[in-house]
Design a protein around this ligand. Structure first.
Ligand code: ZN
Ligand code: ZN
Length: 404
């Protein structure tokens, strides 16, 4: 059921000291290890029949250094890549996966809580700065009224960032400026919201605070991935995700942890953990009923002092394959095997080079800087002329320093 790396990961936690002699035996003074139980982004081919799932955010709604908020990247052997949610701080993880923004152009939002889509702004604008040459496509649910749906939210977002986008207009590629929004009916059960290139993505309603939260499934090449977003246990998920390859479902902090760590009152903690979200025993019951090849619990602070209770509450009910998610976990899935590792990111990464020639959008028609502001410029003619000349000489360019 588990791949060998999955086994190594689990055994390593429990029997680490007992395995150390086996690890030493593989080490050579000059040669790389034949097998590394770690993932370095950009160093491995994805097989044509393989799915790679990476957790770019697994924490709770309040952001902290250790875990970004909800975000899952699914990469397929046909080259397609999909983001499911993009919560606050997750872009700092995604950037480490060394994927050009042109290929991070499909985002599926489960609902409009900040911890599930705040970094859409960072992806959108970061992509502008990296000369994304395609529009950013975003899918998400409607709600009980038009102004609560994803289209209204992203229209407002684009209005809020008019200064930002205008500042790039005429300089950086214009094709990536737009967000293309597809809003679908939140109440659709197993409704197809995306179908291209052999990939089918479906939505189902989630039960979470307001109308307008959904869960997603992705099916490709006979492999099935499910992502809950936020939801309390519901019949749709249980009916539709049975026997999936990988089921990523929230397992929120149990009420006791919310009371002790977050200073919530008992009544609110109970409501939040069990009725707005899914508590660990409820998660366990869902996995017991649906029996995925790999169950993944996320949306909790995964710490030395919270994991034991979270895990034991689950293990009282569910004894199947399980991962307690942290950020930057990588799950490679084929029909034969599932490998689970952690990714190690290069934290000095730069955006990838543009994927094709840059086509700047037309310059803004209106005057975007007044004579007043310009009149304050302290123009260092000699220093600037030298810099411009040096660069022109070194790179064969012919940029002309504006005269003041
Ligand atoms: Zn959430
Ligand atoms: Zn939420």
């Amino acid at each position: 059921m588990f791949g060998r790396i999955t086994k190594a990961l689990f055994l390593g936690i429990i029997f680490g000291p007992l395995l150390s002699s086996a690890v030493y035996a593989q080490v050579s003074p000059t040669q790389a290890l034949s097998e590394r139980s770690i993932y370095f982004p950009g160093t491995e081919d994805l097989r044509p029949d393989e799915m790679r799932i990476t957790s770019c955010g697994t924490g709770q709604p309040t952001i902290r250094p250790k875990q970004a908020a909800a975000c899952w990247l699914v990469e397929l052997g046909n080259g397609d890549k999909f983001l499911f949610d993009i919560g606050a701080q997750s872009m700092s993880r995604i950037a480490g996966y060394k994927i050009h923004y042109d290929f991070l152009d499909k985002v599926f939002i489960s609902h409009l809580h900040m911890d599930h889509y705040a970094d859409l702004t960072a992806l959108w604008i970061g992509g502008l700065k990296a000369n994304r040459t395609v529009p950013l496509r975003v899918w998400g649910p409607s709600s009980f009224a038009a102004e609560y749906g994803i289209r209204a939210s992203l229209d407002a977002l684009q209005e809020a960032y008019i200064w930002e986008v205008t500042s790039a207009t005429g300089k950086l590629d214009g094709r990536g400026q737009r967000i293309e929004v597809t809003e679908f009916d939140f109440s659709g059960v197993n409704q197809i919201v995306y179908q291209e290139n052999g990939v089918t993505i479906r939505s189902m309603p989630a039960i979470h605070d307001l109308d307008g939260a959904v869960s997603y499934t992705l099916e490709w090449n006979g492999l099935k991935f499910a992502y809950s977003g936020d939801t309390s246990p519901n019949k749709w998920w249980i009916d539709l995700t049975e026997g999936f390859d990988v089921s990523v479902h929230e397992s929120f902090a149990p009420p006791s942890t919310l009371i002790e760590k977050q200073n919530y009152g008992a009544e609110f903690a109970l409501w939040l953990s069990t009725l707005a979200h899914t508590s660990p025993p409820q998660f366990a019951e869902i996995m017991k009923l649906t029996k995925p090849r790999l169950a993944v619990a996320y949306h909790f602070y995964n710490d030395h002092d919270t994991l034991p209770e979270q895990l034991s509450l689950i293990r009282e009910i569910y004894d199947g394959p399980l991962v307690m998610a942290l950020d930057n976990m990588v799950i490679n899935v084929t029909k034969e095997d599932i490998l689970v590792r952690r990714a190690v990111l290069d934290d000095e990464v730069w955006p990838m080079a543009p994927n094709r020639p840059v086509e700047p959008a037309e310059k803004p028609k209106m005057e975007v800087m007044s004579d007043f502001t310009r009149s304050g410029e302290y123009f260092m003619t000699d220093i600037l002329q030298k810099l411009w000349d040096d660069i022109n000489r070194e790179y064969g360019s012919n940029a002309q320093l504006p005269q003041r």
